[in-house]
Design a protein around this ligand. Structure first.
Ligand SMILES: Cc1cc2nc3c(=O)[nH]c(=O)nc-3n(C[C@H](O)[C@H](O)[C@H](O)COP(=O)(O)OP(=O)(O)OC[C@H]3O[C@@H](n4cnc5c(N)ncnc54)[C@H](O)[C@@H]3O)c2cc1C
Length: 308
């Protein structure tokens, strides 16, 4: 299984396959299980449908590291349009943003400036920007940018971050972020990291996830627990019940197209669920990471493809 995971992660970086898949009709059709569509309107339509099912949304315009300042501004423009469209259509949705898509690898100042303008826009329309976490070489710079922006009184509460339980450093990062009053999305982590920085064993990643989620639930800040792992969800529910933490004080977050049964069950049980809805033409690396998480999805997708 580990071999298959590594193979999908390696394929996610393959330029030829990426160009071919993103342009092919079959590729686009397969991607529709995990990707809302290619255009802003597709994403808004899906967000509306998800809202109707009693769940909130975080919209992600797919795309990673950009190679010019102009590309970074173009990527940011999509998010500005999303913030306006969410307000105009009265959707219950926020946005998830990757700093490399905002030019972080070209210049941290460029990415910080763009993130600030998005957070100012979000604050003006009563919304929220979640900064996604990328690989461990970017953890510190991402934390620094979010903490600096959140320290501006007018942006307080309008920007939040993601912490990955596979990193050794995450407990002290969570402590710092809780002291700052910053909203956290906790996930296990999706990148291939060396044993110098991340727990190699799934059992350690999972027990750290539970430890960190309990710390977060114990704080007065509204956080998100991003996972499809029923053991993580059960641990959070039981900690909340034992400590009198109402289900309205936190949310579970899951990816579009993944464990839809579990998403609906949690809503029925009275929990808040936010669905992360990605869209856009650059869907290939995201799609391959989803296959890497669960290689059995390949069989599942193939069956559905030939059935339809
Ligand atoms: C809302 C959201 C936001 C995220 N943001 C980030 C981020 O900013 N940075 C980052 O590094 N990572 C992010 N991730 C990805 C995350 O780090 C994990 O890689 C991913 O969620 C899989 O971990 P898991 O907690 O679901 O548990 P796992 O232990 O991987 O899986 C537990 C169970 O969940 C189910 N499952 C998991 N993945 C799938 C799938 N693709 N298809 C079908 N079933 C599946 C399976 O039943 C599996 O047995 C995010 C995840 C979510 C849900």
């Amino acid at each position: 299984m580990q071999l298959l995971r590594s193979a999908f992660i390696a394929l996610s970086h393959n330029r030829f396959l990426r160009n071919f898949s993103e342009r092919s009709r079959v590729g686009v059709r397969l991607s529709s299980r995990f990707v809302a569509g290619m255009e802003i309107d597709d994403a808004l339509r899906v967000a509306e449908a998800v809202n109707k099912q009693g769940m909130t949304v975080s919209l992600d315009s797919l795309g990673e590291s950009v190679t010019s300042e102009a590309e970074a501004h173009t990527a940011a423009e999509v998010y500005h349009r999303l913030l306006d469209a969410i307000a105009a259509r009265k959707l219950d949705a926020n946005i998830s943003v990757k700093l490399t898509q905002m030019g972080l690898s070209l210049s941290p100042a460029l990415a910080e400036g763009i993130a600030e303008s998005l957070a100012r826009h979000a604050a003006a329309v009563g919304n929220f920007v979640r900064i996604d976490m990328e690989d461990s070489s970017l953890t510190q710079v991402t934390l620094d940018i979010v903490r600096r922006l959140h320290a501006l009184p007018e942006l307080r509460g309008a920007i939040g971050i993601v912490i990955q339980s596979y990193l050794y450093r995450s407990q002290s990062d969570v402590e710092q972020l809780l002291a700052d009053g910053i909203r956290i999305r906790l996930c296990k982590g999706a990148y291939k990291e060396p044993a110098e920085v991340a727990f190699p064993s799934k059992a350690d990643v999972d027990s750290n996830y539970i430890r960190l989620s309990c710390m977060m639930l114990d704080s007065p800040i509204f956080h998100g627990l991003a996972t499809h792992d029923e053991a993580m969800i059960a641990a959070a529910k039981s900690f909340a019940a034992q400590h009198g933490i109402a289900p309205s004080r936190f949310e579970f977050q899951m990816l579009f197209g993944v464990r839809r049964d579990l998403q609906r069950r949690l809503v029925r049980e009275g929990y808040k669920v936010r669905v992360y809805v990605p869209f856009g033409h650059d869907w290939y690396p995201y799609f391959m990471r989803r296959l890497a998480e669960r290689p059995a999805n390949v069989i599942f997708l193939a069956k559905n493809f030939f059935r339809s």
